[in-house]
Design a protein around this ligand. Structure first.
Ligand SMILES: [Zn+2]
Length: 388
């Protein structure tokens, strides 16, 4: 029997947007009294009580122990989301591995697992995702979010589904969402991996509470995402490609596309490995380059310092053009920013006219599982907003 598109939480359909705002506020900022919530969301306490009752009845919201209300001092039972009772699957697909995590409603990781991709056909990858979910043995999730570096085209395929291009998986115009929904049996959302990571930082990371910030990721590729006025700025693969190949210094090292001194030429792990191999006269992996740099090897230290300097210039450019005050650095290459932070800071300050503290740079942990967690966050957001 054919199965139609799955929907996010049937109970949502009858509820107004204000109910979604309450859930979102509690997910992001934690438990609050009804008076505090009403004040934050510009609702009357009567409206708030009316809106939250069905959510409490449905088990999505719970009441905590009695405390004194910080607003009026009266005894009250703060509201919270039933975070542990709602689980979400996050998947990140690379060219050779599928990474999976199951999280609670606040994106806290409950379990994780990853495997090499053995068969790259979309159907086989979806079957493998189902196998991973079963192996994690945490029961059926509310929904799943799948992230990948390919283009998630806005153009519609059969049934209006968005089409996915992922050259590194050999995928062209794949209707991933319905395929994955059939395999997993739950609603799914598909998102670009860097965009998903930005959503994660916005709701659960250093971007929480910020209306504007930028995310720069460094690793095999250079990624960029921009949150402005609480919303992610939509970007095409072509836009993001432009960012990765911004020329930071003419006459610098060359990237595989023939640009001299672009961001990818200085910062991508492949470029750094190639330059290190030239200096060391042997093949060398990215992790070893960082280890050697930390130990004082002149070839690797020079490369890491040049990369950090380029990163400082890139951050200055982002902050100046987009006018954000916070730039989050993430991805498997962030260690170079820690190793040569002085070089990064000097380049950033010089390009920001030596105004100290004009940009807050937050360096995140180098943990590949964060990409899969970004997928779970996309699923959580789809659940709360009812769209994907
Ligand atoms: Zn380039």
């Amino acid at each position: 029997m054919a199965v139609g598109p799955r929907r996010w939480g049937g109970m949502w359909d009858a509820l107004p947007d204000a109910a979604r705002s309450i859930v979102k506020e509690l997910i992001i900022h934690g438990p609050q009294s009804r008076t505090a919530l009403a004040r934050t969301l510009h609702l009357s306490t009567g409206s708030l009580t009316r809106l939250t009752k069905p959510l409490v009845d449905a088990g999505l919201l719970v009441e905590g122990e009695v405390v004194h209300d910080p607003v009026n001092g009266r005894p009250t039972r703060p509201l919270d989301v039933a975070a542990a009772e709602h689980r979400f699957l996050g998947l990140k697909l690379t060219g050779d591995r599928v990474h999976a995590v199951v999280t609670d409603l606040r994106a806290g990781v409950i379990a994780g697992r990853d495997e090499p991709i053995t068969d790259h056909s979309p159907e086989a990858v979806c079957r493998q995702a189902r196998g991973l979910l079963d192996a994690l043995a945490v029961g059926p999730p509310v929904g799943a979010g799948i992230t990948l570096g390919g283009n998630n085209r806005a153009s519609a395929g059969v049934g209006g589904e968005r089409l996915v291009d992922a050259p590194y998986l050999g995928w062209e115009q794949v209707e991933l969402k319905p395929l994955m929904e059939r395999a997993l049996g739950v609603p799914c959302a598909v998102e670009n991996d860097v965009a998903a990571l930005a959503h994660q930082h916005h709701w659960f990371g250093p971007g929480r509470g910020l209306r504007d910030f930028a995310l720069v990721t460094i690793g095999a590729g250079i990624g960029y995402a921009l949150i402005v006025h609480d919303h992610l700025v939509a970007a095409s693969e072509a836009d993001l490609g432009m960012f990765a190949h911004l020329v930071l210094r003419s006459g610098g090292p060359m990237c595989p596309e023939g640009h001299r001194g672009c961001a990818a030429a200085y910062l991508s792990s492949g470029s750094i490995e190639a330059a290190a191999a030239l200096g060391l006269r042997r093949e060398v992996g990215y992790d070893e380059v960082l280890r050697l740099a930390a130990a004082g090897d002149q070839v690797c230290l020079t490369l890491v310092r040049e990369a950090a300097h380029a990163l400082g210039r890139l951050i200055a450019l982002v902050a100046t053009v987009s006018m954000v005050k916070t730039v989050v650095l993430a991805g498997e290459g962030v260690e170079l920013a820690r190793l040569a932070k002085d070089d990064l800071d000097r380049a950033l300050a010089a390009d920001r006219r030596d105004v100290p503290g004009s940009v807050n740079v937050v360096v995140e942990a180098d943990d590949f599982r964060e990409w899969a967690r970004g997928g779970a966050v996309v699923a959580i957001q789809s659940f709360v907003t009812g769209s994907d």
